[in-house]
Write a protein that binds this ligand. Structure first.
Ligand code: GBH
Length: 483
């Protein structure tokens, strides 16, 4: 055994760990103190779009429980907390000539102050999917690349200048989801797609590719601005957060499956990662999508390349990948392949959870960290989300609601897998934010699916109760981090 591998597994003293949330999923107060509507308000209020027609109107009511929530984070031992800013709380109409809402700024300033007083480092996401509705109405949001990037840059400037104590900025959360779920499958706001029974407008063969391009330019402009005017003074860093599942070939003996597994990673991750690190889209995407995939002009390429101080990684699950022999459909977003939880030998990738897309597979986390480390030249990583739902957790009663065995196991094994990637393979991971601090509004799944280490009692004034996993995460980090 290599010496590295035989050393006791550990994490450095300054390793940051804690929890993550997002504005629309927890804040509530949708209509208070001058907040403007976002596309998620509109979408969740449209019949048939979310489970049981649920909305984020109240959610976890986090807007009114800032002190209680920071105290709870502190009691969990968290060293960092990732939250997102509701763009339409800060600029209700969203645009660069629209007024700023001082009450919105005050809320986030207060949250940041409380966190810092408790030695909890804020990780602040500018955009976790909740586009101001006014920008959608005005120019279709990210389908208008010129307008969108300028309005996002202005919004970023407002946040950077009014929230100077923040040292860790994340421009976008999972632009893959904004693009594909918003403009290709239409499962998320604004719900556009080619299926006219679901959406009056949309083109699932193109719009997500346009949205992604605008998002990349918006990210790049915010980073350029931060580096030019704020970074040095704040002593801060800025990056993008990308989601990505690990892939294994369905038949490891079939070179076409091996290739398809790699192609899936490129369609899901490198679509955004390659522009940020290399200034271009992956060849596999160009080959399949042709001129439907926008080209970076030389100016755009120069703007986007090198715009990550760190790689924000959201990771949950893994899939087996099987190639298909037929040509790709126009609305394909995967890379012309099939995903499965079973491989040719009949092995299952992991146990069931409440989320149809999520099966725990901690080895996949370790392997994906190594894949990203190699592809992108050893960047600094922060794991900005990782976690799981638990099958039928919403049916539990009494104290059993706080006994989340599968989630405990998930966190133990995933955190260990991450520590191994760091120690044995040299992946430069500086922090880890578990998803999620609280059970919250799980988008189209409403409140049925729970991801929290804290139970939120929606029937009883959103009362918070720690689940067992909150202590497992704490103990796992305490035993790994060097004294
Ligand atoms: C994260 O995305 C989000 O950032 C967070 O807001 C959310 O609460 C959390 O996951 C838990 O879901 O069946 O085709 O609709 C994770 C990455 C990618 C997972 C898209 C769900 C949907 C696949 N997500 N995927 S589909």
């Amino acid at each position: 055994m290599a010496e590295e591998a035989s050393k006791k597994l550990s994490l450095p003293k300054d390793f940051l760990w804690g929890y993550a949330t997002a504005s629309y999923q927890i804040e509530g107060a949708a209509d208070e103190d001058g907040r403007g509507p976002s596309i998620w308000d509109t979408f969740s209020h449209t019949p048939g779009k979310t489970a049981d027609g649920k909305t984020g109107d109240v959610a976890c009511d986090a807007y009114h429980r800032l002190e209680e929530d920071v105290a709870l984070l502190k009691s969990y031992g968290a060293k960092a907390y990732r939250f997102s800013i509701s763009w339409s709380r800060v600029i209700p109409l969203g645009g660069r000539t629209d007024p700023i809402n001082p009450a919105g700024i005050a809320y986030y300033r207060n949250l940041i102050d409380k966190l810092l007083e408790n030695d909890i480092q804020p990780f602040v996401t500018l955009f976790h999917w909740d586009l101001p509705q006014a920008l959608h109405d005005r120019y279709l949001g990210m389908l208008n690349k010129e307008e969108f990037q300028l309005d996002f840059e202005n919004y970023a400037r407002v946040c950077f200048s009014h929230l100077p104590k923040v040292k860790n900025w994340i421009t976008l959360n999972e632009p893959w989801c904004s693009s594909v779920l918003g403009y290709n499958t239409g499962l998320f706001a604004p719900g556009r797609c080619s299926d006219r029974t679901k959406s009056a407008e949309g083109d699932s063969s193109r719009e997500h590719l346009i949205a992604a391009h605008s998002l990349l330019l918006a990210h790049a402009r915010a980073v350029r601005l931060y580096r030019a005017e704020f970074k040095e003074k704040a002593g801060g860093q800025i990056g993008i957060t990308l989601n990505g599942d690990w892939t294994e070939p369905w038949d490891p003996e079939d070179p076409l499956d091996v290739e398809a597994a790699e192609r899936k990673l490129e369609f899901a991750i490198s679509w955004f990662g390659d522009p940020v690190y290399f200034g271009k889209y992956p060849d596999s995407m160009r080959k399949q999508l042709g001129d439907r995939l926008p080209e970076f002009t030389p100016e755009e390429s120069a703007l986007v390349i090198g715009t990550n101080d760190f790689y924000g990684m959201n990771h949950y699950t893994a899939n087996y990948i099987k190639h298909v022999d037929t040509p790709a459909a126009d609305d394909d977003n995967l890379g012309n392949l099939e995903c499965s939880f079973y491989n040719k030998a009949g092995d299952c990738i992991g146990p069931e959870t409440q989320s149809v897309w999520l099966r725990p597979n901690p080895e996949g986390f370790r392997k994906l960290l190594i894949w990203l480390h190699k592809r992108y030249g050893g960047p600094i990583f922060y794991v900005t989300e990782n976690g799981t739902s638990v099958k039928d957790e919403h049916l539990k009663t009494g104290d059993d609601r706080f006994n989340d065995e599968l989630r405990c196991e998930y966190f133990k094994t995933y955190i260990t897998a991450m520590a191994r990637a760091r120690q044995e393979s040299g992946v430069d991971i500086r922090g880890y934010l578990a998803w999620s601090f609280l059970d919250n509004f799980e988008w189209a799944e409403g409140y049925v699916t729970r991801f929290g280490v804290t139970y939120t009692d929606y029937e009883n004034g959103q009362k918070r109760t720690p689940k067992r996993s909150a202590f497992v995460v704490r103990d796992t980090f305490q035993s790994l981090i060097e004294k």
